[in-house]
Write a protein that binds this ligand. Structure first.
Ligand SMILES: Cc1cc2nc3c(=O)[nH]c(=O)nc-3n(C[C@H](O)[C@H](O)[C@H](O)COP(=O)(O)OP(=O)(O)OC[C@H]3O[C@@H](n4cnc5c(N)ncnc54)[C@H](O)[C@@H]3O)c2cc1C
Length: 504
């Protein structure tokens, strides 16, 4: 218990993304003085968007797990100001559509409708389709625990979770140890095979696909209107309204450690900022290597960095265009449509599938009767190395060439945009590296594959006191829910170290 004349302890948070803002808000609520140091000029990190030619390019939320009222995660999103009971969500009724040889199937939020559509397209896969739908139904039970870190769970927490997720072990048994690529082979229809591998990287464990779809189908993965940057700005406002200070354009160079205690941070301009507690939320490849010595790298992460096949990172080559507002409307397809394309070559690899996502559902991405569409070609570690091997000039030339190739593929698949499509912007794994210091340009944490274990690090570093790690890299596969809960968990760890109530 502190007395009134004791000074308020100070927490320095590194990074103003979702994890950093969350840590900042919870630390303020716990009575600390808080400063966030962010290298960019805006908050949000990877939860971001930007403007080009008067259009808004939204570059994050495809689904936000935790939008369902009554879930623990919803309470966290609400607490940090990202959502409120009045938040409006995009009126979307599906996950995505896959097309192949002129036929398409859609993963509707209505599972019965999906089942009927898939069976109609491929009656010979009926048994496998029914099994798929049944296990997506079970996967709706998979909820992200957000009350406290699992290492602080007691027996009651395990029993409660076990009861609410009683069918989920069936999903893990059937789909936990099989890659999407292998799972796809269970279907006879080439279109359904494409559908299974379209959204997530093929090496992903299949259960991740089922859980993602279930989250949408359960109404627990909506998209808040106003786009990703606005959500980050709402959190920033909450943080500032509570008295937090965020310093933009202030990159942190290293964390100072004296006598095995974190004492503050040294900024890139050489100045020192003292702190009682430091919460880094940056990429762990940057944390252990630049901000701290690599000797501190926890062994769970070391294993992952040393085996890229079992623990891949994912990024994308993405391009945005403007097209007519009515593009793909009333065609009975999802906003996100995967198409077959004449192969596009990046390095030594050929890509023959690509998605086109229409953002017209949110007025923020519409201007003068035209809307933003985006495409993405999934990139992984080996693609990152290829981009990295290029000179600046080669990089620019390749980006331009690929953008034109992508535009040609869109025109071929959707001839109606031929004369009106307008290029807005293109970005690559190196954009994420430059903007967020993201490892291999990754926008999630390590992918969970059947060869690897789910990477999780306890938010503390052996040998350093008063340092509590947050951010999406603390628990694979990362994403917004991991980011926001990790910020809360870091503060709960501080409270526990002070023998205070962690129930904030
Ligand atoms: C295209 C795309 C689509 C996505 N879609 C989804 C989705 O649909 N659902 C979902 O859940 N997740 C999605 N994600 C992932 C999600 O955006 C991330 O998981 C999440 O934003 C990570 O938050 P974070 O705070 O852990 O990390 P970051 O956002 O990386 O934040 C770290 C912050 O630290 C800052 N920083 C870095 N180095 C320094 C330094 N030296 N000093 C000071 N500051 C520094 C960075 O600038 C950044 O602001 C998507 C991401 C992308 C890019």
């Amino acid at each position: 218990m502190r007395t009134s004349n004791e000074r308020t302890e100070k927490v320095v948070v590194i990074g103003g993304g979702i994890a950093g803002l969350s840590a900042g808000i919870y630390a303020l609520d716990a009575g600390f003085e808080v400063e966030i140091y962010e290298k960019n000029r805006v908050p949000g990190g990877e939860c971001i968007g930007w403007n080009r030619k008067g259009y808004h390019i939204d570059n994050c939320i495809h689904w936000l797990t935790g939008t369902k009222k009554g879930t623990e995660l919803y309470d966290v999103w609400k607490r940090v100001g990202a959502l409120s009971d009045d938040t409006e969500y995009a009126a979307l009724d599906s996950f995505y559509t896959s097309t192949y040889n002129g036929v398409s199937v859609t993963l509707w939020n209505d599972l019965k409708k999906t089942e009927e559509e898939l069976i109609k397209v491929s009656p010979e896969d009926e048994e496998e389709i029914k099994k798929f739908i049944q296990h997506v139904e079970y996967s709706k039970q998979c909820r992200i625990p957000a009350k406290k870190p699992m290492d602080m769970w007691g027996i009651r927490d395990y029993i409660k979770t076990g009861m609410t997720m009683k069918d989920f072990p069936k999903v893990m048994k059937e789909f936990g140890k099989i890659s999407l690529e292998d799972y796809a082979k269970r279907f006879k229809s080439p279109l359904l095979q494409k559908m299974v591998t379209d959204y997530l990287p093929k090496s992903y464990s299949a259960y991740a696909f089922l859980v993602s779809y279930a989250t949408m189908a359960d109404g627990n993965g909506n998209i808040p209107m106003g786009a990703s940057l606005q959500m980050s700005l709402r959190m920033e406002k909450k943080f500032k309204d509570k008295g937090g200070v965020i310093r933009y354009g202030c990159g942190v160079d290293k964390i100072n450690v004296e006598n095995k205690i974190a004492t503050g941070v040294t900024l890139e301009d050489g100045s020192f900022v003292a702190a009682d507690y430091v919460i880094p939320t940056v990429d762990t490849a940057l944390l252990f290597g630049r901000m701290l010595s690599k000797d501190y790298l926890p062994k769970e992460l070391k294993v992952a960095y040393e085996d890229e096949k079992a623990y891949p990172a994912t990024s994308g080559f993405q391009v945005a265009f403007a097209v007519d507002e009515n593009f793909n409307r009333n065609k009975g397809v999802s906003e996100t449509v995967f198409i077959d394309i004449d192969p596009i070559k990046i390095g030594d690899r050929l890509f023959d599938r690509m998605y086109v996502k229409a953002y017209g559902y949110d007025p923020v991405c519409v201007k003068d009767g035209r809307q933003v569409i985006q495409t993405c070609i999934t990139q992984t570690d080996e693609d990152y190395y290829y981009w990295k091997s290029l000179s600046r000039e080669e990089y620019d030339v390749l980006k331009d060439r690929l953008s034109k190739e992508v535009e040609d593929r869109i025109k071929k698949a959707f001839p109606e945009v031929e004369s009106t499509i307008e290029f807005l912007d293109a970005w690559t794994p190196l954009t994420y590296e430059r903007y967020c210091n993201a490892y291999h340009g990754s926008y999630m944490s390590f992918i969970t594959t059947p060869q690897g274990k789910q990477v999780k690090m306890k938010g503390q570093v052996k040998g350093i006191k008063n340092l509590y790690v947050a951010g999406q890299w603390t628990s694979a596969p990362g994403g917004l829910p991991v980011a926001v809960t990790s910020g809360k968990f870091a503060v709960q760890r501080i409270l526990k170290s002070q023998h205070r109530d962690i129930d904030i």
